[in-house]
Design a protein around this ligand. Structure first.
Ligand SMILES: [Zn+2]
Length: 172
């Protein structure tokens, strides 16, 4: 019987696979943007070529169904939907954890908007700014892409609805 020897896997690679297994992602992050289909797969919002630890970085791994995972093929759309962080912006962080956290939070917010959770997005954004002592308006302007493009996504999804739930003085 002829045996073929497989190339042995490095201990580092094996550890990475094990660590990745521990990250559970069973919800599609774009559920609600359009109809989901297929099993949930793990996806890194930063390419492994840009962050050697992306595959096991809890901050960067999200769940996506097959249909929504496919949107990652279109870079601009992927950035707009928050399933991909713009590579140039990530590089500009220069490894600073706080700046990286900012981009991760914005990607998170964009996905919330894509799902039609405009209120959740605003709430999260303001909370994120508060935690770090940032002025939400100035911070939004600094990352202007997030506010403008996300607004378009909401309109496109047609699920934002009326954003003024409290109308004081309801005079009939
Ligand atoms: Zn989906």
């Amino acid at each position: 019987m002829k045996r073929t020897r497989l190339k042995p896997m490095s201990a580092k690679k094996r550890a990475e696979i094990e660590a990745r297994k521990l990250i559970v992602r069973d919800v599609c992050e774009l559920a609600g943007y359009s109809v989901c289909s297929g099993p949930i797969e793990k996806h890194e919002i930063v390419r492994r070529s840009q962050s050697s630890t992306a595959a096991t970085d809890e901050r960067l791994v999200i769940g996506l169904c097959t249909v929504h995972h496919r949107l990652d093929t279109f870079k601009d759309e992927a950035v707009e939907l928050g399933i991909r962080i713009d590579p140039d912006e990530w590089r500009l962080c220069g490894g600073d954890p706080d700046l990286e956290a900012g981009l991760v939070a914005f990607a998170d917010a964009k996905r919330a908007v894509a799902r039609g959770e405009e209120t959740a997005w605003r709430h999260r954004f303001v909370e994120w700014c508060d935690e770090r002592g940032y002025d939400p308006v100035l911070k939004a302007a600094e990352f202007n892409l997030a506010l403008c493009s996300s607004g378009e996504v909401v309109d496109g999804a047609g699920s934002a609805g009326d954003l003024s739930p409290d109308t004081p003085g309801d005079t009939a």
